[in-house]
Design a binder for this molecule. Structure first.
Ligand code: SF4
Ligand code: SF4
Length: 315
């Protein structure tokens, strides 16, 4: 009986070291009698209508996902594709993640089924053994739960998805779109108002959704900077806090501190990025009334107030 379905989502990169790691883990998974495994193209590039998604959606039992993305990005990208579950805790973390951020646990969506989904970032360990050790720990965790208590413990028979070395698949187009972390989103609708490209919409239940992901402008992460909950992830952005790294709020603090030295605030940066996308699209940039350089409209800081007081004192 197969207890776990494991999927390796391949890297979009041509780096042979990455493919070697994928191959090594895939071979180790094939030796595990309790695991049914498959490999698929880069997770973020897949669409809801992609044929490869249907067999994956039919898996109702415990799921292990390995991809070249932060676990939070993996979890909410899967959620977007209709693959839902609770976040299984993992013990494999990259060494540059701070102790505090490791404590952050992912939340499952309110409507997510009880089955666990473990998301492993393939960048967290540079050798096959580290990942295999974590997979075996997860298997021990699953075996420790009585079968009757597991939700959908049986996976369907082997998934009709090609092995990583197969050339049968044409790589999909590299995509760029926001992914919402519904564990954090407070439905404030700031993103809906801010994006001028019609990426967001509201569903029948009144929840903000990424309705037209491919309207998003490549390289633009603007709305992630205006989201008050850091709930918007751009999984392929080079800045870890935007790409879904644990402890993502740290960078926001850094940006606010930079204000002291005259650097742009996160909101100003977001407005500039949105304007660059608008101009790139042949449209007019939008003036941001909150961030005009006009001295008359800029709120007075303490130094301005002190200078005013000195002027008034006519010293
Ligand atoms: S701005 Fe952030 S918190 Fe507000 S609705 Fe959008 S994703 Fe949710
Ligand atoms: S990054 Fe820019 S274009 Fe993309 S959804 Fe956000 S605001 Fe819209």
């Amino acid at each position: 009986m197969k207890m776990l379905t494991a999927i390796i989502f391949r890297s979009p990169s041509q780096d042979p070291r990455k493919h070697e790691l994928e191959e090594g883990i895939f071979a180790a998974l094939a030796r595990e009698p309790d695991v049914v495994s498959a490999a698929m193209p880069h997770l973020y590039d897949l669409g809801e209508a992609d044929a490869a998604m249907a067999p994956l959606r039919s898996v109702t039992g415990p799921l292990l996902v390995l991809a070249w993305l932060y676990p939070r990005a993996i979890h909410w990208t899967l959620d977007r594709l209709g693959i839902k579950g609770q976040c299984g805790e993992t013990q494999l973390h990259r060494v540059d993640v701070t102790a505090d951020s490791q404590k952050e646990t992912l939340k499952g969506g309110a409507s997510a089924p009880a089955r666990n989904i473990w998301s492993l970032d393939l960048r967290d360990g540079d050798n096959v053994a580290m990942h295999v050790e974590e997979i075996q720990r997860i298997l021990r965790e699953i075996r420790a739960v009585p079968l009757a208590a597991q939700d959908g413990s049986l996976s369907p028979s082997p998934l009709p998805i090609p092995h990583p070395t197969s050339n049968a698949q044409t790589p999909p187009l590299h995509r760029w779109y926001p992914v919402i972390d519904y564990g954090r989103c407070n439905q404030c609708m700031e993103c809906l108002d801010f994006c001028l490209f019609g990426v967001y919409d509201v569903d029948d239940d009144g929840h903000v959704v990424v309705e037209s992901p491919d309207n998003c402008k490549k390289g633009c992460p603007a709305c992630s900077r205006v989201c008050p909950e850091n709930a918007i992830i751009f999984p392929m952005h080079r800045t870890p806090s935007i790409a879904g790294a644990p402890g993502a709020r740290l960078d926001v603090q850094k940006l606010d501190l930079s204000e002291l030295f005259g650097a742009p605030t996160a909101v100003k940066l977001a407005a500039d990025e949105r304007n660059a996308a608008l101009v790139g699209d042949g449209r007019k940039a939008v003036a941001d009334p909150q961030h005009r350089d006009d001295k008359e409209t800029k709120p007075k800081d303490n130094l301005d107030k002190l200078m005013d007081a000195l002027d008034d004192a006519k010293l």
